[in-house]
Design a protein around this ligand. Structure first.
Ligand SMILES: [Zn+2]
Length: 260
Protein backbone atom coordinates (compact mmCIF):
# COMPACT_ATOMS: atom_id res chain seq x y z
CA UNK A 1 0.00 0.00 0.00
CA UNK A 2 1.48 3.35 -0.95
CA UNK A 3 1.58 6.22 1.49
CA UNK A 4 -1.06 8.08 -0.54
CA UNK A 5 -3.44 5.13 -0.65
CA UNK A 6 -3.16 4.83 3.11
CA UNK A 7 -3.41 8.54 3.89
CA UNK A 8 -5.33 8.59 7.13
CA UNK A 9 -7.38 11.52 8.40
CA UNK A 10 -5.93 11.26 11.81
CA UNK A 11 -3.30 9.08 13.47
CA UNK A 12 -3.13 7.82 17.02
CA UNK A 13 0.66 7.58 16.92
CA UNK A 14 3.04 9.22 14.48
CA UNK A 15 6.71 8.26 14.69
CA UNK A 16 9.34 10.43 13.04
CA UNK A 17 13.07 10.01 12.46
CA UNK A 18 15.71 11.41 10.13
CA UNK A 19 16.50 8.22 8.19
CA UNK A 20 14.60 5.14 7.06
CA UNK A 21 15.85 2.35 9.42
CA UNK A 22 16.21 4.62 12.51
CA UNK A 23 12.74 3.86 13.84
CA UNK A 24 13.04 0.16 13.14
CA UNK A 25 16.18 0.08 15.27
CA UNK A 26 15.04 2.21 18.22
CA UNK A 27 11.35 1.33 18.43
CA UNK A 28 10.32 -1.09 15.67
CA UNK A 29 9.01 -3.60 18.19
CA UNK A 30 6.77 -1.01 19.81
CA UNK A 31 5.43 0.25 16.47
CA UNK A 32 4.52 -3.31 15.45
CA UNK A 33 2.91 -3.83 18.84
CA UNK A 34 0.86 -0.63 18.62
CA UNK A 35 -0.50 -1.83 15.28
CA UNK A 36 -1.44 -5.18 16.83
CA UNK A 37 -3.17 -3.32 19.64
CA UNK A 38 -5.37 -1.56 17.09
CA UNK A 39 -3.87 1.92 17.08
CA UNK A 40 -3.60 3.93 13.86
CA UNK A 41 0.14 4.23 13.43
CA UNK A 42 2.17 6.18 10.89
CA UNK A 43 5.84 6.69 10.11
CA UNK A 44 7.46 9.78 8.62
CA UNK A 45 11.08 9.62 7.48
CA UNK A 46 12.56 13.09 7.21
CA UNK A 47 15.13 12.17 4.54
CA UNK A 48 15.71 9.38 2.03
CA UNK A 49 18.89 8.46 3.90
CA UNK A 50 20.82 8.82 0.66
CA UNK A 51 23.52 9.09 -0.44
CA UNK A 52 25.24 6.22 1.33
CA UNK A 53 28.15 4.09 0.04
CA UNK A 54 25.97 1.14 -1.05
CA UNK A 55 22.48 2.54 -1.37
CA UNK A 56 20.40 4.43 -3.91
CA UNK A 57 17.16 6.41 -3.64
CA UNK A 58 15.22 3.56 -5.26
CA UNK A 59 16.80 0.87 -3.09
CA UNK A 60 16.17 2.77 0.11
CA UNK A 61 12.54 3.43 -0.81
CA UNK A 62 12.03 -0.28 -1.56
CA UNK A 63 13.68 -1.29 1.72
CA UNK A 64 11.59 1.16 3.74
CA UNK A 65 8.43 -0.15 2.11
CA UNK A 66 9.39 -3.75 2.86
CA UNK A 67 10.11 -2.85 6.49
CA UNK A 68 6.78 -1.02 6.74
CA UNK A 69 5.04 -4.16 5.52
CA UNK A 70 6.74 -6.35 8.09
CA UNK A 71 5.87 -4.01 10.95
CA UNK A 72 2.29 -3.81 9.66
CA UNK A 73 2.30 -0.01 9.82
CA UNK A 74 -0.29 1.20 7.29
CA UNK A 75 1.17 4.62 6.61
CA UNK A 76 4.70 5.74 5.78
CA UNK A 77 5.82 8.92 4.11
CA UNK A 78 9.17 10.46 3.19
CA UNK A 79 9.60 14.24 3.40
CA UNK A 80 12.77 14.22 1.29
CA UNK A 81 14.56 16.81 3.38
CA UNK A 82 18.33 16.78 2.71
CA UNK A 83 20.22 13.84 4.21
CA UNK A 84 23.69 14.34 5.77
CA UNK A 85 23.08 18.07 6.13
CA UNK A 86 19.66 17.97 7.76
CA UNK A 87 19.31 21.12 9.87
CA UNK A 88 16.91 22.40 12.47
CA UNK A 89 15.99 25.30 10.16
CA UNK A 90 12.80 27.35 10.01
CA UNK A 91 11.85 25.91 6.61
CA UNK A 92 12.31 22.33 7.82
CA UNK A 93 10.30 23.06 10.95
CA UNK A 94 7.44 24.29 8.78
CA UNK A 95 7.66 21.16 6.62
CA UNK A 96 7.42 18.83 9.64
CA UNK A 97 4.81 20.94 11.46
CA UNK A 98 2.64 20.82 8.33
CA UNK A 99 2.55 17.02 8.63
CA UNK A 100 1.67 17.21 12.32
CA UNK A 101 -1.19 19.59 11.50
CA UNK A 102 -2.31 17.34 8.66
CA UNK A 103 -2.35 14.02 10.57
CA UNK A 104 -3.11 15.42 14.08
CA UNK A 105 -1.56 12.52 16.01
CA UNK A 106 -2.45 11.90 19.64
CA UNK A 107 1.14 10.87 20.35
CA UNK A 108 4.31 11.83 18.52
CA UNK A 109 7.35 9.58 18.90
CA UNK A 110 10.61 11.21 17.88
CA UNK A 111 14.10 9.80 17.88
CA UNK A 112 16.41 11.70 20.18
CA UNK A 113 20.04 12.06 21.13
CA UNK A 114 23.40 13.18 19.82
CA UNK A 115 25.43 10.49 18.07
CA UNK A 116 28.97 11.79 17.39
CA UNK A 117 30.07 8.46 15.87
CA UNK A 118 27.05 8.43 13.53
CA UNK A 119 25.10 10.99 11.52
CA UNK A 120 24.72 14.55 12.87
CA UNK A 121 21.23 14.39 11.36
CA UNK A 122 20.12 12.55 14.51
CA UNK A 123 20.83 15.50 16.80
CA UNK A 124 19.40 18.03 14.36
CA UNK A 125 16.26 15.94 13.93
CA UNK A 126 15.79 15.82 17.70
CA UNK A 127 15.73 19.63 17.88
CA UNK A 128 13.79 19.97 14.63
CA UNK A 129 11.03 17.61 15.76
CA UNK A 130 10.63 19.28 19.15
CA UNK A 131 10.43 22.69 17.47
CA UNK A 132 7.97 21.47 14.84
CA UNK A 133 5.76 20.14 17.58
CA UNK A 134 5.63 23.66 19.04
CA UNK A 135 5.13 25.35 15.65
CA UNK A 136 2.24 23.06 14.74
CA UNK A 137 -0.02 24.82 17.20
CA UNK A 138 0.67 28.39 16.06
CA UNK A 139 -2.15 30.55 14.74
CA UNK A 140 -1.98 33.21 12.01
CA UNK A 141 0.73 31.33 10.12
CA UNK A 142 -1.40 28.88 8.13
CA UNK A 143 0.28 30.02 4.90
CA UNK A 144 3.57 28.63 6.23
CA UNK A 145 1.96 25.25 6.80
CA UNK A 146 0.28 24.62 3.45
CA UNK A 147 -3.01 26.14 4.61
CA UNK A 148 -3.48 23.55 7.39
CA UNK A 149 -5.17 24.48 10.65
CA UNK A 150 -3.25 24.76 13.93
CA UNK A 151 -2.93 21.56 15.92
CA UNK A 152 -1.47 20.99 19.34
CA UNK A 153 0.27 17.62 19.71
CA UNK A 154 -0.81 16.40 23.17
CA UNK A 155 2.09 14.06 23.88
CA UNK A 156 5.70 13.89 22.76
CA UNK A 157 7.68 10.72 23.45
CA UNK A 158 11.43 10.37 22.95
CA UNK A 159 12.84 7.21 21.42
CA UNK A 160 16.50 7.69 22.39
CA UNK A 161 19.30 6.35 20.21
CA UNK A 162 21.26 3.73 22.16
CA UNK A 163 24.54 5.51 21.27
CA UNK A 164 23.60 8.92 22.68
CA UNK A 165 26.76 10.82 23.66
CA UNK A 166 25.11 12.10 26.81
CA UNK A 167 23.66 10.41 29.87
CA UNK A 168 20.38 12.17 30.20
CA UNK A 169 18.17 12.61 33.20
CA UNK A 170 14.69 12.48 31.77
CA UNK A 171 11.69 13.36 33.90
CA UNK A 172 10.02 10.12 32.96
CA UNK A 173 11.16 6.89 31.37
CA UNK A 174 9.39 3.65 30.61
CA UNK A 175 10.02 0.38 28.81
CA UNK A 176 7.59 -1.32 26.45
CA UNK A 177 7.49 -5.13 26.41
CA UNK A 178 8.30 -6.17 22.84
CA UNK A 179 8.82 -9.87 23.52
CA UNK A 180 6.06 -10.76 21.04
CA UNK A 181 7.25 -8.40 18.28
CA UNK A 182 11.04 -8.61 18.65
CA UNK A 183 11.39 -11.03 15.70
CA UNK A 184 9.26 -8.70 13.57
CA UNK A 185 11.59 -5.85 14.50
CA UNK A 186 14.68 -7.82 13.48
CA UNK A 187 13.03 -8.83 10.21
CA UNK A 188 12.21 -5.18 9.49
CA UNK A 189 15.82 -4.13 10.14
CA UNK A 190 16.99 -6.95 7.87
CA UNK A 191 15.08 -5.30 5.00
CA UNK A 192 17.78 -2.61 4.85
CA UNK A 193 20.25 -4.76 2.95
CA UNK A 194 22.00 -1.73 1.45
CA UNK A 195 22.96 -0.69 4.99
CA UNK A 196 23.17 -3.97 6.86
CA UNK A 197 24.29 -6.80 4.63
CA UNK A 198 25.76 -10.09 5.91
CA UNK A 199 28.34 -9.32 8.56
CA UNK A 200 27.02 -5.83 9.24
CA UNK A 201 23.55 -7.20 9.94
CA UNK A 202 25.02 -9.75 12.33
CA UNK A 203 26.70 -6.96 14.28
CA UNK A 204 23.54 -4.86 14.40
CA UNK A 205 21.50 -7.90 15.43
CA UNK A 206 23.99 -8.71 18.18
CA UNK A 207 23.88 -5.20 19.58
CA UNK A 208 20.12 -4.69 19.26
CA UNK A 209 19.40 -8.07 20.84
CA UNK A 210 21.62 -7.32 23.82
CA UNK A 211 20.27 -3.80 24.21
CA UNK A 212 16.62 -4.88 24.08
CA UNK A 213 17.30 -7.74 26.51
CA UNK A 214 18.90 -5.33 28.98
CA UNK A 215 16.14 -2.73 28.68
CA UNK A 216 13.43 -5.37 28.86
CA UNK A 217 15.09 -7.16 31.74
CA UNK A 218 14.93 -4.02 33.87
CA UNK A 219 11.14 -4.41 33.87
CA UNK A 220 10.90 -8.18 33.84
CA UNK A 221 10.37 -8.56 30.08
CA UNK A 222 12.26 -10.81 27.71
CA UNK A 223 12.84 -7.89 25.31
CA UNK A 224 12.02 -4.23 25.80
CA UNK A 225 12.33 -0.83 24.15
CA UNK A 226 13.24 2.22 26.19
CA UNK A 227 11.35 5.53 25.94
CA UNK A 228 11.47 8.85 27.73
CA UNK A 229 9.16 11.77 28.42
CA UNK A 230 9.86 15.45 28.97
CA UNK A 231 7.64 15.21 32.06
CA UNK A 232 6.87 12.57 34.72
CA UNK A 233 4.76 9.56 33.75
CA UNK A 234 1.20 10.46 34.72
CA UNK A 235 -1.61 8.18 35.71
CA UNK A 236 -4.89 8.00 37.60
CA UNK A 237 -4.47 4.40 38.71
CA UNK A 238 -1.28 3.65 40.65
CA UNK A 239 -1.83 -0.07 40.43
CA UNK A 240 -1.99 -0.17 36.61
CA UNK A 241 0.92 2.27 36.17
CA UNK A 242 3.19 0.27 38.45
CA UNK A 243 2.02 -3.18 37.41
CA UNK A 244 2.80 -2.58 33.73
CA UNK A 245 6.17 -4.07 34.64
CA UNK A 246 6.48 -7.63 35.78
CA UNK A 247 7.49 -8.34 39.37
CA UNK A 248 11.20 -8.30 40.11
CA UNK A 249 12.77 -11.67 39.58
CA UNK A 250 13.91 -13.39 42.71
CA UNK A 251 16.13 -16.41 43.14
CA UNK A 252 13.42 -18.28 45.01
CA UNK A 253 9.92 -18.59 43.59
CA UNK A 254 7.22 -19.00 46.20
CA UNK A 255 4.94 -21.73 44.91
CA UNK A 256 2.00 -20.65 47.05
CA UNK A 257 2.01 -17.10 45.66
CA UNK A 258 -0.53 -17.09 42.84
CA UNK A 259 0.02 -14.32 40.27
CA UNK A 260 -2.33 -11.35 40.58
ZN1 LIG B 1 20.04 7.42 11.25
Amino acid sequence: MSADAADPDRLDVLALAPHPDDLEIVCGGTLAKLVKQGYRVGIIDLTSGEPTPRGSEETRAREAEAARNILGVPFRKNLNLPNRILMDSAENRYAVATELRRYRPGVVICTSGRTPAASPDHHQAHMLLEAARFHAQLTKWNDRFGGTEPYRVPMLVYAPFPFDAEQRSYHGTFVIDISDTFEQKLAAIRCYQSQFDGERFDKVKHFITGYNIVQGGRCGFEYGEFFALPHPVGGSDLFSVVRGAKPSRSAVVLAEQAPR
